[in-house]
Design a protein around this ligand. Structure first.
Ligand code: 5GP
Ligand code: ZN
Length: 114
């Protein structure tokens, strides 16, 4: 999608600190980290948010989650763990409307979230 920030990052039109890329998935560090480690995992397919997911996206979402946990381990977030978050639409403060999985780690988190 031409006016989407994350589509532009995937295309290399906006620079990012890339961690991982394959034919379906792209991962990069968040520009405004909320933890010592904070990266985003996104599909190359433009999907605005979680509520837009179709049955046909199930394998893609599985690939995203698999790569997210693999990267998390490679960055040392095992054995302590990490937070894996999808913000969805206005009530959850989603700011970039291209679905993305936040992975935050390297510190402890509270629950419930604010
Ligand atoms: P949301 O609030 O939509 O769940 O998360 C969007 C995330 O994208 C935020 O954590 C924000 O810091 C990150 N972000 C926004 N613009 C950029 C950018 O240009 N580059 C990178 N790497 N991250 C960005
Ligand atoms: Zn997009």
């Amino acid at each position: 999608m031409s006016d989407c920030l994350f589509c532009k990052i995937i295309a290399g039109e906006i620079p990012s600190k890339k961690i991982y890329e394959d034919e379906d998935v792209f991962a990069f560090y968040d520009i405004s980290p909320q933890a010592p480690i904070h990266f985003l995992v996104i599909p190359k397919k433009h999907i605005p948010h979680v509520m837009d997911l179709k049955n046909e996206d199930s394998i893609l979402m599985g690939k995203m989650l698999f790569q997210a946990q693999k990267i998390a381990k490679e960055l040392g977030l095992e054995p302590n763990g990490a937070r894996f978050v999808f913000n969805c639409k206005e009530s959850a403060c989603q700011t970039v409307w291209h679905i993305h999985l936040h992975v935050l780690g390297g510190r402890d988190f509270g629950w419930p979230p604010g």
